[in-house]
Design a protein around this ligand. Structure first.
Ligand SMILES: *Cc1c(COP(=O)(O)O)cnc(C)c1O
Length: 369
């Protein structure tokens, strides 16, 4: 039985008619850029997140870059973020001219260790950019408190956490702005690239919209320098269809994670992901830890099971950030975890039999040693 890490095709088959019709309507109306499909999606995404504004942009990376710029972050500033994320999180800080300041992750959650933030604040610090990694919200209450005490901006990188919750509040409501990615493999994925910024701040929403559209709200009204970063009509139409199913899909991921956790408990030296009682984790990826990561990965691959590593190298150790001089002594958890993590197949349509099959293979692997 071959099992992929994620399966976008199986999901498409369940909504094919609706998606095909939606795409055809955009083409019939030539509503390719901007237009009513984008507007309708922005409205429903904002409403479902419980926020006042949503601005669609070209991808989740631009969503972060544009938010940072709209909040006035630029040359000479510092932005505190987690050591462990997809490169976009730190890359966009550099794009603004600011410098990322990396904080190690908490060993239980993979998210920024809030107890290590304050010691990194300087006079140059302008913002904190936590990531809700793997679909689990960062520990936001202490972060909100720090931002208030030091007058810092707060941007949630929610690319992996659509509709995840923290203390009963949805992500996207906890800072000045939150950014989302609709990359096809994300929990809410388009059929191409897409992204969004959400905020409750009217002025900020307007600035984000301006920057994303060449600095203009209307035609030729270029007040500031901007970029060309818009959500397109076809992606918006697909996303509007998928928005109807996202809660069910997120619940199915959580259910699958619980089956994995139960089946993998006590096997070899495997550590399964904890599910904190105060959060709703939506399991964008399901990641275990083991000291035998590489041989386990090879064994699963030989048996038709695809796995992933999110991420093989912590951001501060990637070439674009090398000059900042981070060492593994400074970031002990992230540098240890990068060598031990392994993501197993995770998607809503994964069946219990498939999960059991993966777990049986893992048991076989550890029994052989
Ligand atoms: C996917 C992702 C992004 C970037 O989104 P794109 O749409 O691929 O540009 C940013 N941050 C995190 C944490 C992500 O997982």
């Amino acid at each position: 039985m071959d099992i992929p890490l994620a399966d976008l095709k199986v999901q498409y088959t369940t909504i094919k008619r609706e998606v095909d019709d939606a795409i055809q309507s955009v083409i019939d109306e030539t509503a390719f850029v901007k237009g009513r499909y984008v507007k309708a999606f922005e409205e429903s995404f904002a409403k479902k997140n419980g926020v006042n504004h949503c601005v669609g942009v070209a991808n989740g990376t631009d969503a972060i870059y544009i938010s940072l710029r709209a909040l006035g972050i630029g040359k000479g500033d510092e932005v505190i973020t987690t050591a462990f994320s997809w490169i976009s999180t730190a890359e966009t800080i550099q794009q603004t001219g600011a410098s990322p300041v990396f904080v190690d992750i908490h060993p239980d959650t993979y998210n920024i260790d809030v107890s290590k933030i304050e010691e990194r604040i300087t006079l140059k610090t302008k913002a904190i950019l936590p990531v809700h990694l793997y679909g689990q919200p960062a520990d936001m209450a202490p972060i909100v408190d720090i931002c208030e005490r030091y007058d810092l901006k707060l941007i949630e990188d929610s690319a992996q956490a659509h509709f995840a919750e923290y203390n009963g509040q949805m992500v996207g409501n906890l800072g000045d702005a939150a950014t989302f990615s609709f990359y096809p493999g994300k929990n809410l994925g388009a059929y191409g690239d897409g992204g969004a910024v959400v905020t409750n701040d009217d002025k900020l929403a307007e600035t984000v919209r301006r920057i994303a559209n060449h600095g203009a709200l209307g035609k030729h009204d270029h007040e500031i320098g901007g970029v060309n970063s818009r959500l397109d009509g076809i992606q918006a139409a697909v996303l509007s269809v998928k928005l109807k199913y996202i809660d069910q899909w997120n619940d199915d991921r959580l259910k699958n994670a619980k089956i994995y956790n139960e089946a993998l408990s006590g096997i070899g030296d495997i550590e399964t992901p904890g599910i904190h009682p105060a959060v709703k984790h939506i399991f964008h990826v399901y990641t275990i830890r083991t000291s035998r990561r590489d041989p386990l990965c090879d064994f699963l691959s030989e048996n038709g099971i695809s796995t992933g590593i999110h991420y093989p190298v912590a951001m501060p150790f990637l070439p674009p950030f090398k000059e900042l001089g981070y060492t593994s002594e400074k970031l002990p958890v992230a540098s240890d975890y990068q060598n031990r993590i392994l993501s197993l197949p995770m998607y809503p349509e994964l069946t219990e039999d498939q999960i059991q099959h993966v777990c049986d293979l893992i048991k076989t692997f550890f029994r052989k040693r």
